[in-house]
Design a protein around this ligand. Structure first.
Ligand SMILES: Nc1ncnc2c1ncn2[C@@H]1O[C@H](COP(=O)(O)OP(=O)(O)OP(=O)(O)O)[C@@H](O)[C@H]1O
Length: 404
């Protein structure tokens, strides 16, 4: 055996190999029977409260007013609201009264206004859900299902920072173009007798429009548009998006010490929370992050669910380079072990339309990789580092040993 110091990984590749080694001997305790998740149970029972989606009639204006009152310093979405089911139902069914270009971001999206004056973002379905996206983690166009599964995953993680998101099938021909603004009409066309929109964005082109199918229908994600302004920051773990050029974080195992000098601890722990969420979802394109009242909001989750046969462990770099995790996040992750993640994901509304079995299995495997990463950190560092958590005051504290 090498002395401990010589066994310390020198590159990120060594770290990833060490994590896989930990995975191969992950303690049994990480496979214990699934626990009951109170937050998810509450969410599900609220959805079912008044029929499948909460069909009792509440005026739409009142409903949207409620949803718009949620975003604050502690949440974007009130996951325990009794009106949640009704809001999801309305996102999926309320009449579209206006449709406009959404020029934010780099990918095609449409800004819909629903009856009752609620704006939402429509991200279309570009691929069948079974399609595996090859190439780098950021390859391909948005996956609409990733936005929806991202919302459900935020429920399971008890992190209310993802806007409500549902699957919806609309008709460009009958629902959208008749109420479209001129600027949206200007970027629409007819192709082989079907209505299409090519939009206006970095990756938009007339040659690559999104179109109704032969039945004049188009499926996508309808995402509640949060009426707040966010501050945007470059992620310290941003990729270079160039094959031959590595980012600083990819080149050094000790990268986190530099980040710690620039960011306060709460922000760092927030970034680690998001990295875990992104890793589970395989959302590897968080080049920037946005905050509301100093909390990171988990917007733009459309690059997940690309390839269920690849893990992209480097999305977890903030965790394995800093070896810090918020205590609450850790406890929630433990409660998802032993199959609870799959069990609750399968209970989410219409999940089979957006999440395939291979993707769900991949999420389970990634959860185990998160556990293996924590085991790696425990082996490499003093256990107290891993046990650190953050008080509201922003100071690190040492918690009692939480090993299982
Ligand atoms: N549901 C929403 N509520 C409020 N703002 C939103 C919402 N969705 C997107 N935005 C805003 O629009 C911006 C662009 O959206 P998004 O990141 O989803 O698009 P994108 O095309 O994937 O962008 P990029 O390619 O730059 O990642 C976000 O950074 C955010 O500021």
């Amino acid at each position: 055996y090498l002395p401990a110091i010589e066994r310390l990984p020198k590159t990120n590749q060594d770290v990833e190999e060490a994590i896989y080694e930990e995975l191969s001997r992950l303690p049994e305790s990480y496979s214990r029977d699934a626990l009951q998740l109170n937050s998810a149970e509450r969410f599900l029972s609220n959805i079912k409260r008044t029929g499948r989606w909460g069909l009792e009639s509440v005026p739409l204006q009142q409903l949207w007013a409620e949803a718009n009152s949620w975003p604050s310093d502690s949440q974007l979405t009130n996951l325990s609201s009794a009106l949640m089911g009704r809001i999801l139902y309305s996102l999926g069914h309320a009449r579209i009264t206006k449709a406009d270009l959404d020029t934010r971001g780099t990918q095609l999206k449409i800004l819909l206004t629903l009856m009752g004056e609620q704006e939402c973002v429509f991200k279309p379905k570009w691929y069948p859900i079974e399609k595996s996206i090859e190439g780098p983690v950021y390859a391909g166009k948005d996956r609409y299902g990733s936005e929806i599964v991202g919302f459900y995953l935020s429920v399971l993680l008890d992190k209310p920072f993802v806007p409500a998101s549902v699957e919806r099938t609309i008709s460009l021909k009958y629902d959208v173009l008749p109420v479209a603004t001129n600027r949206l009409l200007n970027v629409s066309l007819e192709k082989e007798n079907r209505s299409c929109v090519f939009g206006q964005c970095f990756y938009c082109s007339k040659e690559d429009p999104i179109c109704d199918n032969e039945g004049n229908l188009l499926t996508g994600a309808v995402i509640f548009n949060v009426r707040k302004s966010f501050s945007s920051y470059r992620s310290p773990w941003q990729r270079t998006y160039k094959k031959r050029k590595k980012a600083a974080w990819e080149d050094s195992v000790d990268y986190c010490s530099a980040v710690k000098t620039r960011l306060h601890k709460k922000r760092l722990l927030d970034l680690i929370d998001v990295a875990i969420f992104d890793f589970l979802l395989q959302n590897g394109d968080r080049h920037h992050y946005e905050t509301l009242d100093d909390n990171i909001v988990w917007l733009d989750n459309g690059k997940g669910l690309g390839n269920p046969y690849v893990q992209h462990l480097d999305i977890l770099a903030p965790l394995y380079q800093c070896c810090l995790i918020r205590k609450k996040m850790w406890q929630v992750l433990l409660s998802l072990a032993g199959g609870a993640l799959s069990k609750y994901m399968k209970l989410m509304p219409d999940i089979q339309n957006v999440l395939t079995e291979p993707h769900l299995r991949a999420m389970e495997q990634r959860l185990r990789l998160v556990f293996a990463t924590v085991e790696f950190c425990k082996g490499r560092h003093d256990m107290r580092i891993f046990d650190r958590f953050c008080h509201k005051s922003g100071h690190f504290e040492f918690a009692p040993n939480t090993s299982r």
